[in-house]
Write a protein that binds this ligand. Structure first.
Ligand code: APR
Ligand code: PHB
Length: 388
């Protein structure tokens, strides 16, 4: 096969990139390790920055998003037992955010791929990148029991945190910035009505988060020790711990019910620099990981695709400057979001080795946010995301 851009990974980043390139006249083939069903079955994020909403609208994916998404003008933060503060991002930063599950985005992306007749090769294995810094890059892989090769001009590594693309950048070229957090998030889905607003909570027992997927599907999280397993958490224990970490008036509104999904995820911050090497360009989780506290992972993947797709289109129009500057351009937003996600994580979680002084400083931060509209505006601007 021959194509202009070979894309590795059919998650949100790779699929969105292929769609935008197609609409702008650039050909691509997507190579995905898992089956379509497996990718769609993953339970992932649920909050879209307004720039992400606008980008999805621009490629014709706004209809279901607005029909089934839930627009929010604020999030709430519970702290100090029964204190609660509102981050009113529509009032303070001039734009809302949209609660819309990544699963739905992936469904919409695959529906658009099918409608446009684009190429995703699912259940591929042994993917290898070749001649990445040469004039004739190509990708080899096995699919349908046969060895395959795609010759291309460029390779887009959209294969996530466990992907192969980032390993194609030599260790002496790349810098891997990483921080692992000493706790995880235990998340559940329950077919119950969610709270009216997203609610984060810092409590002496630990962090909690109340979110949603639709009017009858709630998504809840509690911070848990890294060595916990879902077997340690019955539904009763989960609901008891969640409500114990919320302000009383919010806990009283939680509608409990059986979990239909329960999983524990570790939290990590990671950035690979540079995000390009020769004819290889990384986008999404392949280049960076953020703790979910800032709701940035999916939005960063979409932002990378915004920059990279524009750079490829400009390149084929005869202007290589954006492609040469892709890594520098994308990393500005990446580092801004990585810092915000790290800051929100330190602000809202309890660390195993922390001192009473640390928690006291945390509560002073939260008290300052409660008192200062200027401080809340700063958080609001970063939470809903900056312009591209
Ligand atoms: N060959 C082919 N495909 C691969 C390989 C490989 N060697 N390794 C990984 N993949 C595929 C994975 O199966 C996955 O479908 O690449 C895809 C990467 O998708 P994501 O991990 O979802 O990453 P991305 O598209 O960047 O989206 C980031 O997804 O993980 C969440 O929190 C993250 O919301 C953020 C979003
Ligand atoms: C979610 O809905 O899954 C969600 C919301 C906000 C976050 C993280 C996850 O910060």
């Amino acid at each position: 096969m021959k194509t202009q851009v070979a894309i590795i990974g059919a998650g949100p980043a790779g699929t969105l990139l292929s769609l935008i390139l197609h609409q702008r006249g650039v050909s691509s083939v997507v190579i995905e390790r898992q089956s379509k069903h497996y990718v769609l079955d993953r339970v992932r994020a649920g909050v879209l920055e307004w720039t992400s909403v606008e980008l999805l609208e621009s490629i014709g994916m706004g209809q279901r998003l607005h029909a089934e998404g839930h627009r929010h003008d604020r999030v709430k933060i519970g702290w100090g037992g029964n204190e609660i503060l509102d981050i009113e991002f529509e009032k303070l930063a001039g734009r809302p955010m949209m609660a819309y599950g990544q699963t739905k985005i992936q469904e919409d992306l695959y529906a658009a791929v099918d409608h446009e007749g684009l190429d995703i090769v699912f259940e591929s294995s042994d993917v290898e990148l070749h001649d990445v810094t040469g004039d004739s890059p190509y990708v080899t892989f096995t699919a349908g029991g046969e060895s395959q090769r795609i010759d291309c001009d460029y390779i887009a590594g959209c294969d996530g945190q466990h992907g192969v693309s980032r390993t194609a950048i030599p260790d002496h070229v790349k810098t891997d910035y990483e921080r692992a957090y000493p706790f995880g998030w235990l998340g559940i889905l329950s077919e119950t009505p969610p709270l009216p607003h997203l609610l984060y909570a810092n409590n002496e027992r630990g962090f909690a988060l109340c979110s949603e997927r639709n009017p009858m599907l709630s998504r809840y999280y509690v911070q848990c020790p890294l060595d916990d397993t879902v077997k340690d958490w019955s539904d009763d224990r989960f609901w008891s711990e969640l409500t114990a970490r919320l302000p009383d008036d919010q806990a009283a509104q939680v509608v409990t019910g059986p979990s239909i999904e329960k999983s524990i995820a570790p939290l990590r911050s990671q950035v690979i620099e540079p995000m390009q090497y020769g004819n290889l360009f990384l986008a999404g989780d392949a280049a960076h990981i953020v703790p979910p506290t800032g709701a940035k992972g999916l939005n960063l993947a979409i932002a990378d695709v915004h920059y990279l797709s524009g750079a490829f289109v400009a390149r084929y129009g005869g202007d290589a400057t954006k492609l040469e500057a892709y890594s520098e351009t994308a990393l500005r937003r990446v580092w801004s979001s990585v810092r915000f996600s790290w800051w929100m994580t330190v602000l809202l979680h309890r660390f195993p080795d922390e001192s009473p002084f640390d928690q006291r400083m945390r509560e002073e931060d939260l008290a300052y946010l409660t008192r200062s509209e200027t401080a809340r505006a700063s958080v609001a601007q970063q939470y809903v995301g900056l312009d591209y």
